[in-house]
Design a protein around this ligand. Structure first.
Ligand SMILES: *Cc1c(COP(=O)(O)O)cnc(C)c1O
Length: 387
């Protein structure tokens, strides 16, 4: 069956773009592991398929699925989240244009904008996105064309009001981009709050199994969609068929995974708060988190990511990061397995020593879907290394 917009999230996740194979009836559409398509006479394309970079049925299936989940009209999938970001910025901006982004933006996003695209005349200001006056001032002082929000942000888990920031951006003629990687479309749908573009690293929750890299751009506007589609085709950082297929498979369980990620992370956040060695727990699900009420209003649940700082400084944080057994010490996030990361030297090493540097006494947890008793047991044994 195909999907309809009135169906629930999980029904769309399972069925959107996943029409059974018309030739064999295979319930799961096959991986079209091909780079080219035979023509029935010159220009006689079957359903428009000609060459793999331009279009591939497996990638199309994923793109339909991603658009349906974000409630967007058009989705384009890429070989990585950063490739998706690069395509969007090339499509939407010209030399002399300016981007306002969060001062705790994903390090790779900042590196792309500040160190690569700056060479092509794109300027930026990194501000505290939770501070509306700072955002407004940065927009007004510049030729801002994109306002770039991550909520929850990485790794500080700051929450930004999507609807209010969309109004600020639109008043200045800028587009609001939301990097929805941390929340996933199951927990938060930025287009419904007025965002113009949703960006994903599908490498994380959407793929969900730490086995396929990818990125996506989702938009409603037809003209912008056409430009993004052209860059996807003309630059060519497309998803490979197998990666697209794995991502498609992962997406089908996004809802059930996010429920478990959220309940496990909530239990761990509460446990961490009770430990003497802990300075502060950064999790929007905690009542004392400054963005708690906003997160409760714009998210369905609080997700699987949390960060924690230690009274014992960098030394204590590193000791914990190196003492767990179930939590694996690794970069990335959003997979079924729990991961532990020391942002200062790992995911955020590229912003060390800049205004975007993250606390050195912080670790970030990507809480997986394992049994909560085993996860807390693992943290208990790791904390014993500090005692
Ligand atoms: C990982 C990540 C990206 C970049 O995605 P890649 O797939 O690694 O290129 C962008 N934004 C956020 C929030 C991320 O976590």
């Amino acid at each position: 069956m195909t999907h309809s917009d009135t169906q629930g999230f999980n029904t769309r996740a399972v069925h959107a773009g996943q029409t059974p194979d018309p030739v064999t009836g295979a319930v799961i559409p096959p991986v079209f592991q091909t780079t080219t398509f035979m023509q029935d006479g010159i220009g006689g394309l079957r359903n428009g398929y000609e060459y793999g970079r331009a279009a591939n049925p497996t990638r199309d299936a994923l793109q339909v699925q991603l658009a349906a989940l974000e409630g967007g009209k058009h989705a384009y999938s890429f070989s990585s989240g950063l490739a998706a970001e690069d395509a969007l910025i090339r499509a939407a901006l010209r030399p002399g244009d300016h981007i306002v982004l969060g001062n705790d933006a994903y390090g790779g996003t900042y590196r792309l904008i500040d160190r690569v695209l700056s060479e092509w005349g794109i300027t930026n200001s990194a501000v505290d996105m939770a501070d509306a006056d700072a955002v407004r001032a940065a927009i007004e002082a510049n030729n801002t064309k994109l306002v770039w929000v991550e909520t929850p942000s990485n790794p500080l888990m700051k929450i930004t009001d999507i609807a209010a920031t969309a109004e600020l951006a639109h008043a200045a003629g800028a587009l609001l981009v939301v990097d929805n990687t941390f929340a996933s479309p199951y927990l938060q749908q930025p287009l419904s709050f007025g965002a113009d573009v949703v960006i994903h690293s599908t490498t994380k929750y959407i793929g969900g199994h730490s086995d396929a890299s990818g990125g996506a751009v989702v938009v409603n506007d037809d003209a912008l969609a056409e430009k993004v589609g052209f860059v996807q085709f003309a630059v060519g950082a497309v998803s490979a068929p197998m990666e697209a297929w794995l991502t498609t498979r992962g997406v089908k369980t996004l809802g059930v995974r996010m429920d478990r990620h959220s309940s496990n992370a909530t239990a761990i956040a509460q446990w961490l708060q009770e430990q003497d060695e802990v300075e502060r727990v950064y999790y929007p699900g905690l009542a004392d988190h400054p963005g708690h009420e906003l997160a409760a209003a714009q998210m369905k649940d609080f997700g699987g990511m949390l960060s924690v700082t230690f009274k014992g400084g960098a030394e204590a944080a590193k000791k914990i990061a190196e003492s767990t057994q179930v939590f694996l010490l690794a970069e990335s996030l959003g997979g079924i397995e729990s991961l532990m990361n020391y942002p200062s030297d790992m995911t955020h090493a590229s912003v060390k020593g800049t205004d975007l540097a993250v606390p050195e006494n912080m670790i970030r947890l990507s809480v997986g879907i394992e049994d909560i008793e085993d996860l807390i047991g693992d943290l208990e044994q790791a904390f014993s290394a500090l005692r």
